[in-house]
Design a protein around this ligand. Structure first.
Ligand code: TIU
Length: 234
């Protein structure tokens, strides 16, 4: 089965258990006032637009018992995994580690570092705490994907041209077949989102594929129904 996608159809794995939904950094730091995204001078409200669509995709993937990986960009309280170059970047009033209205900015365990309530991980789902923009840098993500036999990734979350694109490029270099879900990722800069989607699928899909959520949801449920005709999950 394939998903209608750009630059051409995306082939699903023969066994859907080889597919994972990756949700990048849907944490309060980036989506709510008073967090890291706000401190960097961004209009954080515009990222909210994708939440219902991403929730619908997440519910579908959960109903099919497929793998879900959440990531959170964060640093340890002692900042030992935050390079000074990262901390000093930007002209915001609050830097990583400073006390803000939702706790210390981008520090693991602080209120602002939590995933937004609509997308809270289930206890059965993996959460990757990542100090970089890419989800593979300095994390166990590659080992976890290998252990689960994952070969295909649906990539979503924020922000499109920063952590989402970096992660997709890292995954592509590691041999994963990646599809970025167009209306399940958002940027503070609409033009950067559009440019990222075009960069991903240019040159015959040099980084991977893009498709809207509804195309993904329709094909996942159809494929699962064919594989398990008597299942009530779909
Ligand atoms: N600032 C910005 O657009 N993004 C980040 O700092 N991190 C993520 O993209 N998650």
């Amino acid at each position: 089965m394939t998903i209608p996608a750009l630059p051409y159809d995306y082939e699903l794995p023969a066994d859907l258990n080889q597919l994972a939904l990756v949700i990048i950094d849907m944490q309060r730091d980036f989506l709510e006032p008073g967090g890291f995204g706000d401190a960097l001078g961004n209009d954080v409200q515009r990222l909210q637009a994708i939440v219902p669509t991403l929730k619908h995709l997440l519910d579908t993937v959960r109903s099919l018992n497929l793998t879900v990986i959440h990531t959170i960009e964060c640093h340890t309280p002692d900042l030992s995994n935050c390079p000074p170059a990262k901390r000093s970047r930007g002209n915001g009033t609050l830097k990583i580690g400073d006390a803000g209205p939702m706790g210390r900015i981008l520090i693991q365990g602080e209120p602002g570092n939590g995933i937004i309530p609509e997308l809270l991980p289930l206890s059965s789902e993996t959460v990757i705490y990542k100090p970089g923009k890419g989800a593979f840098y300095n994390t166990d993500l590659e080992r976890i994907l290998q252990e689960k036999g994952i070969t295909h990734l649906l990539i979503t979350g924020v922000t499109t041209e920063v952590c989402v694109q970096t992660t997709m490029r890292e995954a592509n270099d590691r041999g994963y077949e990646c599809l970025m879900v167009e209306d399940c990722t958002e940027s503070y800069f609409p033009a950067f989102k559009q440019a990222t989607l075009e960069m991903v699928r240019a040159q015959g899909g040099i980084v991977g594929w893009t498709a809207p959520a509804q195309a993904v949801i329709t094909r996942l449920t159809t494929t699962a129904a064919i594989a398990h005709p008597f299942s009530t999950a779909v």
